[in-house]
Ligand binder design. Structure first.
Ligand code: CTP
Length: 489
């Protein structure tokens, strides 16, 4: 989508737009969009097409992004990940305001339209002139500016954006929003908006550590405000160091991209089942048989698949970690419950079995707590085999297109993984060595944060280097997306 720069228009067109916008209670930009739409739809007679075409050329550049004021004629900005996204950037008053200039450039390079609001204090650090030149738009500074030809009203200003970004977010701006103050343009916009808000705090480490700032941050987070930074390091204004440096412009851009969720969605429309965590097999109402699985790897895979757009159903055994965002989680305890939950979720496009399912359960778990009876000695537990959930789905009449299993082995890794691939009807097995000497971190794979896996399929074995469980998850999700794309059913 193109950005529209009203200030680049000639006076006559500007005057016409202003009049029509006022008559229709629209912003000038909105009026321009309506007129362009009407022209495209053929609602404007042929006599005026030349004028409209000229206007369109003035309004937009060839590649759809606005040309900044003062930039050489014909210079255009490339389409990027943020193409067509509208960012309202609020610059607070702090030495880090100079980094906001680079942030504007980085955002525009990626195709975003950036509209800027500066607080009075921000103008002590950077000028509206330089900000306006970089954003190629009017810079808004006053709450009530009746004379301002660009005045679009604070409600509209905050709502015509996809995201509000506060950088630098000063202690004062955070305090104002946390407490609902609206006594200047920036604070009014923040409270008037219905769009997400991202803050990049920057302040002296003592200010950041102050209980009042901590309280305000907690309140803002509870209210759904996202944060990026601050980082630890040298402060620009003094010899102090500590936590309080504003995140670097590219980190803020990454946070903006994450907020706007501009990543590709190759798995959209795909339903994927993931099992994760251990199972608990009861002995009696208070005792159970468990294993060391934390659920970290399975949950990370569910989250990674969801990030690629999949409709993920996570069937999780008892874990102490949170449900991943963007995923529908079903909580179960026992292997039989996990099997039932998985089978009820069929059909699906893919299923990934990460859970460390208990292979056995007690034949009859006691209805009452088993008491210590001295004459009888310790109870004898008779075990029976649990259903193999992966094998059941791998040979199911509603078998998903892609079935992925895991193999946790302490010996003969590849041999065992290949045997499981065949026996369980999987397309590939993610094999990991869970032996004490696996060399993965001090706590090992189970419960730890790192993993080293091999992907075993009919095509052979692919070895991945040791990496964090999140990275294993991201790579596996990408591999699943790739495989689903190429498999034609
Ligand atoms: N699995 C399952 N249901 C079970 C046992 C295992 O779905 N009852 C799945 C696991 O989620 C994993 C794969 O099967 O994807 C292999 O699990 P693993 O514990 O390594 O193998 P087992 O089949 O249990 O064999 P063994 O314990 O003898 O190695």
């Amino acid at each position: 989508m193109a950005s529209i720069t009203i200030r680049n228009l000639d006076d006559e067109v500007k005057e016409l737009l202003r009049r029509l916008a006022a008559e229709n209670d629209r912003s000038m930009e909105e009026q321009a969009r309506v007129m362009i739409r009407a022209a495209v739809d053929g609602q404007i007679g042929p006599g005026r097409i030349d004028q409209i075409e000229k206007t369109l050329r003035e309004l937009t550049s060839v590649h759809g992004a606005a040309t900044p004021a003062g930039a050489p004629a014909g210079k255009t900005f490339p389409r990027g990940a943020l193409s067509g996204r509208r960012i309202l950037l609020i610059i607070g008053g702090g030495i880090a305001a100079y980094k906001a200039l680079d942030l504007i450039r980085r955002l525009r390079e990626r195709g975003a339209a950036v509209r800027v609001v500066m607080t009075a204090a921000a103008q002590e650090f950077v000028t509206t002139l330089s900000v306006g030149a970089l954003s190629a738009d009017h810079v808004f500074t006053e709450l009530f500016d009746r004379k301002d030809e660009h005045d679009v009203g604070h409600i509209r200003l905050s709502r015509e954006a996809d995201l509000l970004v506060v950088a630098p977010a000063t202690a004062d701006l955070m305090a104002k929003l946390a407490n609902g103050h609206a006594n200047d343009l920036a604070s009014t916009l923040l409270i008037a908006t219905d769009k997400p808000v991202l803050m990049a705090p920057a302040m002296n480490p003592r200010m950041w550590a102050h209980p009042a700032t901590r309280r305000n941050r907690a309140t803002l987070q509870k209210d759904g405000i996202a944060f990026v930074g601050p980082a630890r390091g040298e402060m620009a204004e003094s010899n102090e160091a500590g936590e309080g440096r504003m995140a670097e412009p590219l980190e803020i851009v990454a946070a903006i991209e994450a907020q706007l969720d501009v990543s590709p969605k190759p798995l959209s429309g795909r339903k994927i089942i993931v099992t994760s965590g251990p199972t608990h097999e009861p002995i009696d109402p208070v005792r159970y048989i468990a294993n060391r699985s934390s659920g970290k790897q399975g949950h990370a895979i569910a989250a990674a698949l969801a990030r690629l757009g999949a409709d993920v159903r996570l069937v999780s055994g008892p874990v102490s970690i949170a449900d991943p965002t963007g995923v529908k989680t079903i909580h179960v305890e026992r292997a039989q419950e996990m099997r039932d939950a998985v089978e009820q979720l069929l059909p699906a496009d893919a299923a990934v079995f990460v859970a460390a399912v208990a292979d056995w359960r007690t034949e009859n778990s006691a209805g009452e707590k088993i008491k210590k009876v001295a004459v009888e000695g310790p109870p004898v537990l008779r075990m029976v085999e649990n259903p193999d959930i992966l094998a059941g789905v791998g040979h199911h009449r509603q078998r998903p297109t892609l079935v992925v299993g895991f193999a946790a082995e302490t010996q003969d890794l590849l041999h065992n993984a290949e045997a499981k691939l065949r026996k369980k009807g999987a397309d590939f097995i993610v094999a990991n060595d869970v032996s004490q000497g696996s060399g993965v971190g001090p706590s090992g794979v189970m419960g730890g944060d790192r993993n080293r896996v091999r992907i075993v399929s009919k095509a052979g074995v692919e070895e991945w280097p040791e990496m964090g469980k999140d990275e294993v998850a991201a790579r596996l999700a990408a591999l699943i997306a790739e495989r689903l794309k190429t498999i034609v059913v």
